[in-house]
Write a new protein. Structure first.
Length: 166
């Protein structure tokens, strides 16, 4: 395998290798000092992950929107309001934006952003992402307590989470 021909490699002042799939392309960020031989070995060890995520990226692009923007916004608002009442976890703000790296985010300022690309998924998945971000208001990590809190309000979250990854 000729590493340079298959991937975009960016060398910079970093300590670790980072691999990401962006717009159907594999981008590898590597430390300046790393040899091509060493990098090739890391890539070969991650080939299954790379191929799986390339395929997921391709499938996500092919998915059709299930709602109009207006319907999606109403679904997010309705589910957010219900979950805020249930959990008593209140964010400062909830907004919908295109995010390239996550389905949702929760900032330390208690602002939640929901990825507009969830418009391609069913309401259960949208609700799960909202709950996930609301739970970050209490636990800013993915600790056992965090997952227990999600499970308290959505006992089937593991099945729903799998749908989001497939």
């Amino acid at each position: 395998m000729e590493v340079e021909n298959k991937y975009e490699i960016i060398y910079s002042k970093i300590k670790n290798v980072y691999i990401q799939i962006k717009d159907g392309k594999v981008i590898i960020k590597a430390p300046k000092y790393m040899s091509k031989k060493e990098l090739k070995k890391i890539i070969e060890n991650k080939l299954d992950w790379i191929n799986k995520n390339l395929e997921n990226s391709k499938q996500n692009k092919e998915k059709k929107d299930l709602y109009t923007r207006e319907q999606f916004t109403k679904i997010v608002e309705k589910n957010a309001n219900e979950l805020i009442k249930q959990t008593q976890l209140v964010p400062n703000k909830i907004r919908i934006k295109n995010i390239k790296y996550a389905w949702g985010t929760c900032s330390s300022n208690r602002n939640i952003t929901i990825n507009y690309n969830l418009i391609k998924y069913n309401e259960d998945i949208i609700k799960y992402v909202i709950l996930h971000e609301l739970c970050h208001l209490k636990y800013m990590n993915h600790s056992k307590d965090f997952w227990n809190l999600i499970e308290k309000y959505m006992s089937n979250y593991k099945e729903i989470k799998k749908q989001l990854k497939s």
